[in-house]
Design a protein around this ligand. Sequence first.
Ligand code: AMP
Length: 141
Amino acid sequence: MNTPAYDDENIFAKILRGEIPSVKLYEDDDTLAFMDVMPQAPGHLLVIPKQPSRNLLDADPEVLAKTIPVVQKLAKAAKTAFDADGIFVAQFNEPAAGQTVFHLHFHVIPRREGTVLKPHSGGMEDMEVLKENAEKIRAAL
Ligand code: AMP
C-alpha cells in the first residue's frame, strides 16, 4: 500500500503554524524541536522538519539530511541535561508501527541504566515540569 497523503490538520502542523502551544527547545529555518507532552522519560523531546511529510516513507532525503544533525544536537544536549547513560532515538511509520501523529518526527529520550520507560503516548506531564526540563535542555544546547 502507498503512504497516505499528508493531512495538514495534524497536531504538529498546528504547532508549526502557531495554532496550538508547545514548549519549544530549538528552531531554525528547516527544523523545530519541542517537548513531548506525554514523556516516556524526563527530557523526552521531539524533532520535526518544517517541510510537510507524513513520516520517513514520504520524506524528501534533502530534508532528512537537514533534520538528522538537529536530532544529534538535541540528543547531545538531552544527554548532558539529564546526565543520561544513553539516548534512545525512535521514529514510527504508520499506525501498524505505532505512529499516532502523522507529521514526521524523531523521538529523543534520555535513558538511565536500570530505569524502565513509561508507555508510549501515556499520561500528560505537568506543564511546569515540561518547562523546567526544557530549560535544562536549552541550557545544554
Ligand atoms: P508517534 O506515535 O511517534 O506518532 O508519537 C507522537 C508523540 O507525540 C507521542 O509521544 C505524544 O506524546 C506526542 N504528542 C502528541 N501531542 C502532542 C503535543 N500537542 N505536543 C507535544 N507532543 C505531543
